[in-house]
Design a protein around this ligand. Structure first.
Ligand code: PA5
Length: 360
């Protein structure tokens, strides 16, 4: 079905297109998770844990997804609300009893820095996660706890470094438990997956290459379901955007049954160019399973293709990381199938350049 001129089994050709080495970074992701655990368990002193009434994660884009990646797998355990702020303004409830993680890979993202200013003026208990930039300077000036992550990555490729130290901190502060052990088990699980999805594993045995090849010429629409699968769907969408440079959209069950299910009824030509990817898990909540099955039946003639991807993993963090890893590889192979270096994001850089030139 693929309309690509690129042979996804031609390792040399792929290496030429992947000029900045995104596939190598991905193959080392399980190692990144282990290093991130070490960073999170390091000697970095954490704020006072007593009386914390909310946890807040600030950040945008590749850094910002850390908030959702922390909130979803811990939702049924953590006793305080976890808020994610992906913008310029902190909600009013953030105060001196809020534990605020400011996550910015570069350390220079203006929305995140604006929220850091507000958090400081409200005496919130701030922790910085960054590779450097202004955020690292603020942490040094204010003597804030700082998780310093390695330089040289694209923010989205440093996801493990960015969100695992937050989970480890929440555990060190007694707000969750068992997460460090689960992340460590997930890293072992992904080690196996990295061989399965490797560039050296031929397309016939490599589900990520197969899906990428089926996506050439189609607009990916990814459906998850409430919790970690919705976060995974969002990550797939943003990775298709930034790695493959294609538009992509996502939504999640059951919410999409109350709106988007109707929206496939018209614009048949556009629908036929969409490839719907439904993320699933086992076991699946029975009402969600029924909804997915009915929905696929209702809309199957309105989309070009439907592919289902079932997560492997025994707990929410394994399920999340398993699906993220599958989607990351798929988005990189789709980039390569389109002859596109997955690493550069020139439009984001251009936009930031233009904004910096006009600070008013
Ligand atoms: O993936 C990207 O490059 C972006 O989504 C960035 O993560 C986003 O612009 C925020 O920058 P930073 O991660 O440096 O805070």
């Amino acid at each position: 079905m693929s309309k690509s001129d690129v042979d996804l089994d031609d390792v040399e050709q792929l290496a030429e297109i992947d000029a900045s080495g995104m596939l190598g970074v991905l193959e080392r992701f399980p190692e990144q998770l282990r290093e991130a655990l070490e960073i999170g368990r390091s000697e970095v002193g954490l704020p006072e844990a007593g009386g914390i009434s909310s946890a807040v994660v600030l950040g945008m884009g590749g850094s910002g997804i850390s908030g959702a990646a922390v909130a979803a797998p811990s939702a049924h355990e953590i006793k305080v609300p976890v808020l994610t702020v992906n913008g310029y303004r902190l909600p009013a409830l953030v105060d001196e009893n809020s534990l605020v993680f400011a996550v910015s890979y570069s350390g220079n993202t203006e929305e995140t820095l604006a929220c850091v200013d507000q958090a400081l003026s409200r005496n919130a208990r701030l922790v910085a996660v960054t590779s450097g930039g202004r955020l690292a300077e603020i942490a040094a000036e204010r003597d804030l706890p700082l998780f310093k992550v390695p330089v040289g990555y694209q923010p989205r490729a440093a996801l493990g470094y960015l969100f695992i130290p937050i989970l480890a901190s929440l555990e060190r502060m007694g707000l969750i438990s068992g997460m460090v052990r689960k992340v460590s088990a997930a890293a072992d699980m992904l080690e196996e997956r990295s061989r399965e999805y490797s560039v050296r594993t031929p397309l016939d045995d490599n589900p990520t290459k197969r899906l990428a090849s089926d996506l050439v010429g189609y607009l990916p629409v990814i459906y998850g379901s409430e919790g970690p699968l919705a976060v995974a769907a969002m990550r797939w969408k943003t990775q298709f955007n930034e790695n493959s440079k294609v538009p992509a959209f996502y939504h999640w069950f059951p919410e999409l049954n109350h709106n988007e299910t109707v929206g496939w009824q018209h614009l048949e030509e556009i629908g036929s160019k969409c490839h719907l990817i439904v993320l699933r898990e086992k076991p699946e909540q029975s009402r969600i399973r029924k909804r997915i099955e009915i929905t696929m039946d209702l809309i199957k003639d309105s989309v070009g293709h439907i592919t289902q991807v079932c997560a492997r993993g025994d707990n929410p963090i394994e399920v999340l990381l398993d699906l993220i890893y599958f989607g990351d590889f798929t988005s990189v192979y789709l980039a390569l199938a389109l002859g596109q270096d997955p690493t550069p994001v020139t439009r984001i850089e251009e936009l930031k350049r233009r904004l910096a030139a006009d600070p008013g």
